[in-house]
Design a protein around this ligand. Structure first.
Ligand code: ATP
Length: 300
């Protein structure tokens, strides 16, 4: 087979076969392309939205830079099981596009909110475990995700949950020099740690652990958004700054659907002091044990 020498794909080698979804800033399409060993494969292709009035402007350029930035981060995590796999990049005009593994079962958020599927506790623990494994790898690589949430964890063709959407992620050393405040319009406030909602935000792997606690909350409460009852984002931010975490839904505790270890873990992730929050390496290991125990004791 022909070895591809690079990860650059011209657009004539990419066939668009359908639309997957649109976020606030990006559009993701399903495509077919020829892989590195001349194999036909399906993939997901992500590009930023650039309306006509943004073309040639700084905002338009920034949107393109963000896609390239995401590609650069993903390219560093190739072949890691719990992170969406980078396939390549298309530089053709007018905007660069990121080509990556297609996760055909969509996001964890859409999966847990789907009323038609009954998800067992063992499966929820497994999803939480996979996400912790992906985040453990980021932690080892000194990469801070900054947008961890159930909507940004995707389910692969093999049913593995993968950490995705690295548009806002940064290397720890880049964060030190980044004086700019997080773009307020983009800030995922409900998932953000208290120390990140200040004048001088302090993002770290530990603020990712806080967001991981919110992701656990989403998984184990059938997709409830953190602080769902509050629509005023300023009030949400105030609650977080005063360390009020969302209540563990009482019906769920009574029905004993959440293993006690998970509730404890959620609370640890929401520790006031960052030092009290467990590292992802610990969370992944803990969930591996909980998952095994739960699958045998209580498969439902
Ligand atoms: P946000 O509004 O969170 O910033 P965005 O503009 O960055 O979103 P994404 O959330 O990355 O865009 O993607 C838009 C949609 O495409 C989402 O529904 C997401 O689940 C889906 N998606 C993204 N990447 C993939 C993939 N590799 N495979 C399958 N679906 C994907």
């Amino acid at each position: 087979p022909m070895d591809r020498l690079s990860f650059y794909y011209p657009s004539r080698m990419i066939k668009q076969v359908g639309m997957i979804g649109e976020g606030n800033f990006c559009q993701v399409q399903k495509v077919e392309q020829v892989g590195p060993e001349n194999e036909e494969r399906v993939a997901a292709m992500k590009a930023c939205h650039i309306s006509n009035e943004l073309k040639g402007t700084k905002a338009g350029r920034d949107a393109c830079i963000e896609i390239l930035h995401e590609a650069r981060i993903l390219a560093g995590f190739i072949n890691y099981t719990y992170i969406t796999m980078f396939y390549g990049i298309c530089f053709d005009e007018p905007i660069p596009k990121l080509i990556m593994e297609l996760c055909p079962y969509g996001s964890v958020e859409s999966y847990v909110t789907n009323k038609d599927v009954k998800i067992t506790t063992a499966e929820k623990v497994l999803m939480a475990h996979d996400i912790a494994c992906g985040m453990k790898h980021l932690e080892e690589c000194f990469c801070v995700h900054r947008d961890l949430a159930a909507r940004n964890c995707l389910i692969s063709a093999k049913g593995i949950v993968k950490v995705a959407d690295f548009g806002l992620s940064r290397q720890a050393r880049e964060l030190e020099s980044e004086k700019l405040r997080f773009n307020e319009f983009k800030a995922p406030v409900r998932w953000m740690a208290p120390e990140c909602l200040t004048r001088h935000p302090n993002f770290s792997n530990k603020s990712d652990v806080w967001s991981y606690g919110m992701t656990l909350y989403e998984i184990f409460s059938e997709g409830r958004r953190p602080y769902e009852e509050e629509n005023d984002m300023k009030k949400v931010a105030r609650k977080i700054r005063s360390f009020q975490h969302p209540p563990i839904p009482p019906a769920i505790v009574e029905a004993c659907v959440i293993p006690a270890e998970i509730t404890a873990l959620m609370k640890n992730c929401w520790s006031k002091e960052t030092i009290g929050r467990p590292p992802f390496a610990f969370i992944a290991l803990r969930l591996k044990h909980v998952g095994k125990a739960f699958a045998t004791i209580c498969p439902n």
